[in-house]
Design a protein around this ligand. Structure first.
Ligand code: NAP
Length: 254
């Protein structure tokens, strides 16, 4: 008997799945869509504020619109795709105002970041958590950030919204794990997308990240620290205060 290759193993686990990819028009979302369509997933539904361009795998991919900040929009999306038996939800919707605490626009941007990054997760989870629970299990993966754990003051209000979403994910996990729903958080450092256009430091490639995402889905992981995030998180766990001081340098040096 031939040994099963890694790609076959991943394909076997994903086949017959319908995946809902929210924020699928963004840099990370597009990379995940492309990576997923390389496997025999039954269907991929890409949901974003405007209809997403559909690249490869057209027959298995479709596009929906949603505003995650609006509970009615999320409920309407769920009603439209009810018959598709979604078993995996991946939430890549997010915004980053790159806003410091004393920026003139901080109040407005902080509220908008909370609306999308925190309430967006709450809205999606309140609708799709029960959908996954009622079907007997599934996976709900959401993109958080390394800055969920420690604030980067150059993007202070974004970090706070990601910390709130991290806390919410812990409560969602307590509620849904007993029903076979894996609640997974992904905590990357910088990834090379539109969101980090003005950031000069090292960035992960979205396609490398997408590979880790698929491995993590199949493994049933709850906490994912892809690429450089693994060492960054280990450093944070070993000495949280030293990490906080290192992050503070981001504003001292500007
Ligand atoms: N890039 C990084 O360095 C990095 C690092 C850590 C974590 N993350 C997180 O990873 C996720 C994906 O980021 P990305 O780099 O792919 O960013 P991106 O390229 O800016 O994509 C963000 C996606 O979110 C969508 N979106 C924004 N507001 C929305 C709303 N109200 N409802 C539904 N969708 C909405 C965007 O749609 P439109 O384009 O149509 O607005 C887009 O599809 C985000 O949660 C981000 O915070 C990113």
């Amino acid at each position: 008997m031939n040994p099963v290759s890694n790609d076959q193993r991943l394909g076997n686990s994903l086949q017959d799945q319908c995946v809902l990819l929210v924020g699928g028009s963004g840099g990370i979302g597009q990379a995940i869509a492309e990576a997923l369509l390389a496997y025999p997933v039954r269907e991929l539904i890409i949901a974003s504020p405007k209809p997403a361009p559909l690249a490869g795998g057209l027959a298995r991919a479709s596009s929906e619109t949603v505003d995650v900040a609006d509970p009615a929009s999320v409920r309407a999306l769920a009603a439209r795709i009810e018959a598709h038996d979604v078993g995996i939800v991946i939430n890549c919707a997010g915004i980053n105002g790159s806003c410091r605490v004393f920026s003139p626009d901080a109040q407005r941007l902080a509220r908008r970041e909370m609306d999308v990054n925190y309430f967006g997760l709450l809205n999606l989870a309140q609708v799709f958590g029960p959908v996954l629970r009622e079907r007997g299990g599934g996976t709900f993966m959401t993109f958080l950030s390394f800055v969920s754990h420690v604030n980067l003051p150059l993007m202070a209000t974004y970090s706070a919204s990601k910390a709130a979403a991290h806390s919410l994910l812990q409560a969602l996990r307590a509620e849904l794990t007993p029903y076979g729903v894996v609640m997974c958080g992904v905590y990357p450092t910088a990834v090379d997308t539109e969101m980090t256009r003005d950031f000069d430091g090292p960035k992960e490639s979205p396609s490398d990240l997408a590979r880790v995402v698929i491995e993590s889905l199949v493994a049933g992981a709850e906490d994912v620290y892809p690429g450089a995030a693994a060492a960054a998180h280990a450093g944070f766990v070993a000495d949280p205060k030293a990490t906080e001081r290192a992050m503070a340098q981001s504003v001292r040096s500007t």
